[in-house]
Ligand binder design. Structure first.
Ligand code: PHB
Length: 393
């Protein structure tokens, strides 16, 4: 028999649950809409980021601040068509009623979804896309990856110090390429170096032949490049060797996107000796990274963890830490306020969310590709601590 009192209590509970439905009622599951390229030329980005997110939940538990985390994954292949990403993000908000938007492999995807996050008032956690300006496109964006200027300045300084004087710049013709090339030019020329030429190549399936010939004719000391890692990078490296550029003594310098662990084995011995600057190496020597690499190898034995997986892992960690602070609320204003200034030790090293830019402040390492125990690795040999995004200074 139900007493009047307990019935009244039940009614109150129902009223409260209804009032809080869709906002922060503690018993609701928390839905994260992941927008990622899962097929097409950049499918490896989606795979790595998804691996990172899932590994965090598998290692740390998938109920946070009383709310069970549910992932809703949408494939925005090829990842470079903003209209596709935008439509999927709108679907996630309207049909799937997600609380948080996350993922974003490539810049066009993040740029296109930023206004959706603003209008729907949803936190948007960018786990890879790395054009500096992305975080300025919505007050609800927090990024857990990096920016291209952040990684391009250190390699420019290293090149100038290493006696490289004339550099040819080759960049993919979109945001991250402009950011990488622009920051490299700025830092390198300020240190006394000279950029002798610059070419912009299509993001998808370019024929590198004519560009490689132009570089060969210009005879620079080095080529600085940014290409989104994938089959294109492998083709570029092959052409660089086959057309005799490496043999003629032209060096290659880049951000670590070039020697990302997901494509490093495909690059093979042509990558040996390459010096790059980056925020993550699977070879990073720390207990946090050793645990990460071991857990990753166990969960995904066919793959190697790369920076994108760490962007996903840290992105999920950020979401978890924020929810613990807000008592399970994913309200966009509260989410961003809680994320600002947050610090933790990532597999990459110590990180902080810059309260001014909502980007990561982190250590950038200078690394060289070496064979370690039979495996190609980015071996860190120098570092600069607490690097902010110079793209917004
Ligand atoms: C991007 O499109 O923002 C992007 C893609 C690949 C990278 C870095 C940035 O390695």
């Amino acid at each position: 028999m139900i007493s009047t009192r307990s019935f009244a209590k039940q009614l109150l509970g129902f009223a409260l649950a209804t009032a809080f439905a869709g906002s922060s009622y503690a018993a609701d599951p928390l839905k994260i809409g992941l927008v990622l390229p899962m097929s097409g030329p950049f499918a490896a980005y989606g795979k790595q980021i998804e691996h990172g997110v899932k590994l965090y939940l598998a290692t740390n538990g998938d109920t946070i601040a009383g709310r069970k985390i549910e992932l809703v994954l949408k494939d925005d292949s090829p990842g470079t068509a903003g209209d596709v990403s935008k439509r999927l993000a709108q679907e996630l908000v309207i049909k799937d009623k997600v609380d948080i938007l996350a993922g974003f492999g490539l810049t066009p995807s993040a740029f296109a979804v930023a206004p959706v996050a603003t209008e729907a008032k949803k936190p948007m956690v960018v786990m890879n896309a790395a054009t500096s300006a992305i975080t300025t496109k919505s007050p609800y964006i927090v990024r857990t990856s990096m920016t291209l200027p952040q990684n391009s300045a250190p390699i420019a300084t290293w090149a100038a110090r290493s006696g490289i004087k004339n550099v040819f710049v080759l960049i993919a013709d979109y945001g991250p390429g402009y950011d990488a090339g622009g920051q490299f030019r700025k830092t390198f020329t300020a240190a006394g170096g000279k950029v002798v030429d610059e070419v912009r190549v299509p993001v998808n399936n370019p024929d590198y032949g004519p560009f490689l010939q132009r570089i060969k004719d210009a005879k620079p000391d080095a080529v600085f490049l940014f290409l989104p890692p994938g089959a294109g990078t492998v083709a570029f490296m092959k052409g660089f060797a086959e057309r005799g550029l490496a043999q003629s003594g032209i060096k290659l310098i880049s951000t670590g996107d070039l020697t990302d662990e997901d494509i490093l084995d495909a690059l093979g011995d042509s990558a040996l000796g390459l010096v790059t600057s980056f925020h993550y190496s699977a070879d990073h020597k720390s207990p946090e990274n050793q645990a990460y690499v071991a857990a990753y190898a166990k969960a995904y034995p066919k793959d190697r963890p790369n920076f994108m997986s760490v962007g996903g892992y840290d992105g999920m960690r950020l979401i978890a830490d924020v929810l613990k602070k807000t008592g399970g609320s994913a309200d966009a204003e509260k989410f961003v306020a809680a994320a600002k200034g947050m610090k933790w030790v990532s597999p990459r090293g110590p990180v902080m969310i810059d309260p001014a830019t909502r980007d990561v402040v982190q250590t950038i390492y200078i690394r060289k590709v070496e064979r370690v125990d039979g495996k190609l690795q980015n071996v860190e040999f120098d570092k600069i601590a607490d690097v902010k995004d110079p793209g917004k200074e």
